[in-house]
Design a protein around this ligand. Structure first.
Ligand code: SF4
Length: 201
């Protein structure tokens, strides 16, 4: 893995890039960048491990369907997050060549990384990095999705074994759409925050 090469390739595709050895430093950097904003968060073990909901909530209105306020529903929070100025998501696979891959079930997270916000942060631990786009897609399907299905208690073959994707046709299938960001989409600022630790799946 060559972080410098990854950074150069991401920058050549229009992504700003920041790197931190430790997740605490990455979280502090993100919190320093975002104050007084409406912030949406995609479902993400990485963001949870970095404590970003709690930390960002000190100075922002943060909308996360993993922390539903009393009197609201998950659907309420998802809808409100769509109009956030800033959106944070992790990724399922990040190619050293610069392509960024995410798989989604509801579609809220991949939609938000494509359109609708002023700035999108994509936060990733080094475990998400693969050599190229094909291996990033493979990782997203076979390494990231199965433990996510298990975490969610889904009735899928991958949730039982957590070893690979079985391309199931189950009602509980969590892989409904796959998005590859070849370049940073126009009309929005994108920043990749890389963390030199393993985070999420
Ligand atoms: S398609 Fe089905 S088997 Fe494959 S990772 Fe997704 S939920 Fe699991």
């Amino acid at each position: 893995m060559d972080i410098r090469k990854l950074q150069e390739n991401l920058e050549s595709r229009g992504f700003k890039v920041s790197y931190f050895d430790k997740k605490e430093d990455g979280a502090q950097y993100i919190c320093n960048q975002i104050t007084g904003q409406k912030v949406g968060l995609g479902g993400s073990v990485t963001l949870d491990q970095m404590g970003l909901y709690e930390r960002l909530s000190e100075n922002n209105e943060v909308l996360w369907h993993w922390r539903i306020p009393e009197g609201q529903t998950g659907a309420d929070v998802l809808k409100a997050a769509r109009s956030a100025d800033v959106y944070l998501s992790s990724v399922n696979g990040m190619a050293e060549t610069g392509e960024i891959v995410n798989i989604d079930n509801t579609g809220n997270r991949v939609a938000a990384t494509l359109y609708g916000h002023k700035k999108v942060y994509l936060v990733a631990g080094v475990n998400k990095i693969t050599p190229d786009m094909e291996s990033a897609i493979y990782r997203s399907r076979n390494i990231a999705a199965p433990p996510n299905a298990r975490r969610l208690g889904k009735k899928t073959p991958c949730a039982v074994t957590a070893d690979k994707c079985y391309d199931c046709k189950c009602p509980d299938r969590i892989c409904r759409g796959l998005v590859v960001l070849w370049e940073a989409p126009v009309g929005c600022e994108y920043e990749v925050v890389l963390i030199g630790e393993e985070l999420g799946y």
